[in-house]
Design a protein around this ligand. Structure first.
Ligand code: BG6
Length: 464
């Protein structure tokens, strides 16, 4: 057994995230030998066994292989833990030590539990010596992973950062955002900074506006109590969408790695301001399970933000997201300005744009104008497309696989730093203070009708 072996303590092992995302991702990484040898110690409130947990996980595995499956279950143990009982954490520590004696020395603690438990869990695992502060880069190492939402506003995120900083160095902390694990999102910086056709144009001189859209057809499913206290702004804007905005808008990092990227993203988030916007709620939301009667929680948001710096002076960033919409689609549109030349005036054409599509298919599309065949001078806009999966192998690594792989390898680009998180919450807090109007929209529609009014008012056009 080599020194790089890892024991992963999965807190919340019987929960939904573990069953549907984390364990399938770990299974795949182990089966494909993409991470060092791994032993999992599951912990949760319930009585369970590795076999029962993995049986429930089976339907979510991409590829099932009996031998691999048995091997995975063999390297998995389970320890029931009640957060209110410190002695349970001592038992968990003993369980982890057993595994350590088998040669699994490096540690990952993965908190797949509600965010309100991050502070208390960190305190308990520190008290039980399950985690330790690394004085500098050392082996064996110890890393702790926190899921989103990290806090529920800027003050609570700040308090949580302070609590965990008492026990861990920032280098050991992974506040993961699974969007940062998506390949195409990882390519945004490369696309921008390594291509001459984009790099010089990526600023207020040439960009009219940027649109970031995260539309979903699904509703809130079984997550009524969580969703009703969070809503779209806190569920996806604060994290996934503002992270995309930061990657689209940041200055060039020296290297495409952890802190270099995070320094640049933090600068963007620090200078991002809310300008205009409105919220929506799908009809029928109030009848969802565990949603408060008369709840005013938003399931839709349309926002205009601006970044107060030289590069983006006066360029609006429009963010739009919603549940129960007509289409499932996550995309970024970089809308270029009109070309200022005589020919362009004589043959009316739409300005070009770049589409970065994240779901359902990862693709880049560049809209350009061409002349239609024939004698008359007529212009048509065509799309030059690049499909990720047509070129690279399909579905190579999923968001969570990338997240777990990078934690195991110690790369922090998929992890959001303490300052980024607090700036992002600051933006959301400012929006919430404005008490934006809430419009009801029909399920399966494009969102509230107010979208048209908003577009008119802001002289923009949604790419729907
Ligand atoms: C999660 C949100 O973080 O992201 C969900 O809590 C949302 O509400 C999901 O549906 C979207 O992620 P993806 O990868 O399915 O686009």
């Amino acid at each position: 057994v080599s020194k790089s072996n890892i024991v992963l303590i999965l807190i919340g092992a019987t929960g939904d995230l573990a069953r549907k995302k984390l364990l399938p991702a770990l299974y795949h990484l182990v089966a494909e030998n993409l991470i060092p040898p791994l032993y999992i110690v599951g912990a949760a409130l319930e009585e369970a066994t590795p076999a029962t947990i993995m049986e429930a996980t089976k339907p979510f595995l991409k590829k099932f292989d009996e031998t691999q499956f048995q091997h995975f279950v063999k390297n998995f143990s389970y320890c029931p833990v009640n957060l209110a009982h410190p002695e349970d954490f001592k038992k968990l520590a003993a369980c982890v030590q057993d595994v350590q004696h088998k040669g699994y020395e490096n540690r990952i603690v993965y908190c797949a539990v509600p965010a309100t438990l991050y502070g208390p869990i960190t305190e308990q695992v520190a008290a039980a010596d399950i985690i330790w502060r690394e004085p500098k880069k050392t082996t064996p190492w110890c890393r702790v992973v926190y899921e989103k939402p990290f806090g529920q506003d800027a003050p609570s995120a700040h308090a949580l950062n302070q609590t965990i900083a008492r026990y861990l160095d920032e280098r050991q902390i992974y506040r993961v955002d699974h969007y940062l694990g998506k390949d195409i999102i990882g390519s945004i910086a490369l696309l921008r900074f390594t291509n001459r056709i984009f790099e010089p144009l990526w600023n207020y001189n040439h960009v009219a506006w940027v649109e970031i859209d995260l539309s979903e057809t699904v509703g809130i499913d079984y997550r009524g109590s969580y969703y009703d206290s969070f809503g779209a702004l806190k569920d996806v804007v604060q994290n996934h969408m503002l992270q995309i905005l930061a990657l689209i808008a940041m200055e060039s990092p020296k290297l495409l790695q952890g802190n270099y990227i995070r320094d640049q993203k933090a600068q963007v988030l620090k200078h991002t301001r809310f300008v205009d916007g409105f919220l929506g709620q799908y009809r029928g939301y109030l009848q969802e399970k565990k949603v408060k009667q008369n709840s005013t929680t938003e399931t839709f948001a349309a926002l205009k933000l601006e970044i107060n710096n030289k590069r983006w002076h006066g360029v609006p960033f429009y963010l739009k997201t919603g549940k129960c919409l007509q289409k499932r689609e996550t995309k970024v549109i970089v809308q270029f300005k009109e070309v200022d030349c005589l020919l362009a005036q004589r043959c009316p054409s739409d300005p070009d744009y770049l589409l970065i599509q994240i779901t359902p298919e990862a693709e880049f599309k560049l809209a350009v104008n061409v002349k239609k065949p024939g004698l008359a001078l007529e212009v048509e806009r065509v799309l030059m497309s690049f499909y990720y999966e047509h070129h690279f192998s399909p579905g190579a690594v999923s968001g969570y696989e990338a997240v777990l792989e990078e934690v195991a390898l110690g790369e922090q680009a998929i992890s959001v730093r303490f300052d980024e998180i607090e700036y992002a919450w600051g933006i959301i807090d400012a929006i919430e203070k404005r008490k934006l109007p809430l419009f009801i929209y029909e399920q399966g529609s494009q969102g509230p009708e107010e979208l048209t009014e908003f577009a008119k008012r802001n002289k923009m056009r949604w790419h729907i």
